[in-house]
Design a protein around this ligand. Structure first.
Ligand code: ATP
Ligand code: TZP
Ligand code: MG
Ligand code: MG
Length: 288
C-alpha cells in the first residue's frame, strides 16, 4: 500500500504517522521534477535533497514522458514563466497526468498581471493538479476572484479574515477535487472535507525569496511517496518545513535572513535523519 491510512488525521494520528512518512521519503528518495522559476532553482534543489528527495530541474517537455515514467512527482511554478514555457508546462502536466504521477501547482504572482491570470486559467483548463498552493492573492485568483490586485509575487497584508480564508480554501478544494493550500503566517489547507490551520513557521520565511516555492517542492516530494492521502502528504510537508524553520531561527548562529537559509537546510536534514532513525519527537511542536 502507498497510504498509511488514517483518514481522520487526529492529533494522535499526526504525531504517529507524520514521522513515519518522513522516514518513508528518506528510504525511497523519489524523483522530484521541478519546472520552477529562475530565482529558486538552486535553493529548491537543495531543499529537495535535504528532505530526502532526488531533484531534477528540467523545463524541457521533450523529456517529460521519460521523467514521468520514473514514478516521481512534478512541480509547476509560474514564477518566471513565458508563453513558450506555458506550452512546456502543459505538455509535461499531460505526461504526468497520463501515468497518474502527482502534480503540484504554485501559481506565483497569479493575481499580479493579465498574463499570469490568463496563465493560471490555461494551466487549470489544461490538466489536473493534485495540490495547488499559493499565498492569499494567488489562491484568490485560482478561485476566480477579481477586483483586487497583487503587486508582485508577494501577497502583502491579508485582507481576508481567517474564517474567510478557511471557507475559500475549502470551497476551492471541493470544486477542484484536490488539495488547496493558502500560505501565510497561518497556513490553511483542505481537501474539501478535512481542513487544517497550521501556525508553525517563522517570520524569516517571509524575508527570504523562495520560501513559498520550496515549500511546494517539499510537498511534491511527499506526494511522490503518499499518493492516496494527498492532504496527509501536504500536512507532512508543511509541518516538516515550518518546524525546521522554527528550529533554525532559534540557533545562536542565526542573525537574520542570510544566516537563516543554511541553518534551515541543516534543520530539514536533521529532521529527516531523526525520523529515519525512528525519533519522531520533532512533530510534537506542531501547532495544528
Ligand atoms: P509571499 O511572497 O506572499 O510571502 P510566498 O509564496 O513566499 O508568499 P508564504 O506565504 O510566505 O509564501 O509562505 C511560505 C512559507 O513561509 C509557509 O510555510 C508559511 O507558513 C511561512 N511563513 C510566511 N510568513 C510567515 C510568518 N510571518 N510566520 C510564520 N510562518 C510564515
Ligand atoms: N520573482 C519571480 S519568481 C520569484 C521572484 C522574486 C520567487 C518567489 O518566491 P516565493 O517563494 O513565492 O517567495
Ligand atoms: Mg515570499
Ligand atoms: Mg510564492
Amino acid at each position: 500500500a502507498t497510504s498509511i491510512s488514517a483518514p481522520a488525521l487526529s492529533h494522535e494520528d499526526i504525531v504517529r504517522i507524520i514521522p513515519e512518512l518522513v522516514k518513508r521519503l528518506a528510504g525511497k528518495k523519489p524523483l522530484c521534477h521541478n519546472m520552477t522559476n529562475l530565482v529558486v532553482q538552486n535553493f529548491a534543489a537543495n531543499v529537495a535533497l535535504a528532505v530526502g528527495a532526488s531533484p531534477i530541474m528540467s523545463n524541457n517537455s521533450m523529456e517529460a514522458d521519460d521523467l514521468a515514467s520514473f514514478g516521481g512527482s512534478l512541480v509547476i511554478n509560474m514564477g518566471t514563466t513565458t508563453p513558450e514555457m506555458r506550452i512546456n508546462h502543459l505538455n509535461t502536466i499531460a505526461a504526468y497526468n497520463s501515468v497518474g504521477g502527482p502534480v503540484l501547482l504554485d501559481p506565483v504572482g497569479a493575481g499580479a498581471t493579465q498574463q499570469r491570470r490568463e496563465g493560471v486559467a490555461a494551466l487549470m483548463r489544461g490538466g489536473y493538479f493534485d495540490v495547488i498552493k499559493g499565498n492569499e492573492g494567488e489562491i484568490r485568483t485560482v478561485s476566480g476572484a477579481t477586483g483586487f490586485k497583487q503587486h508582485g509575487v508577494d501577497s502583502g497584508a491579508s485582507t481576508l479574515t481567517l474564517d474567510d480564508r478557511v471557507q475559500l480554501v475549502k470551497s476551492v478544494a471541493a470544486k477542484e477535487r484536490n488539495v488547496i493550500l493558502m500560505t501565510g503566517e497561518t497556513d490553511v489547507v483542505s481537501d474539501g472535507e478535512r481542513t487544517f490551520k497550521i501556525s508553525n513557521g517563522h517570520a524569516y520565511l517571509g524575508e527570504i525569496t523562495g520560501s513559498g516555492c520550496t515549500l511546494g517542492t517539499t510537498i511534491a516530494s511527499f506526494l511522490a511517496v503518499e499518493r492516496e492521502d494527498k492532504l496527509l502528504a501536504a500536512v507532512t510537508g508543511i509541518l516538516m518545513y515550518e518546524i525546521a524553520a522554527e528550529r533554525a531561527a532559534k540557533r545562536e548562529s542565526v542573525r537574520g535572513p542570510g544566516t537563516f537559509v543554511p541553518a534551515f537546510i541543516d534543520e530539514l536534514y536533521a529532521i529527516r535523519q531523526e525520523s529515519a532513525a525512528g525519533n519522531g519527537d520533532w512533530v510534537k511542536a506542531a501547532k495544528i
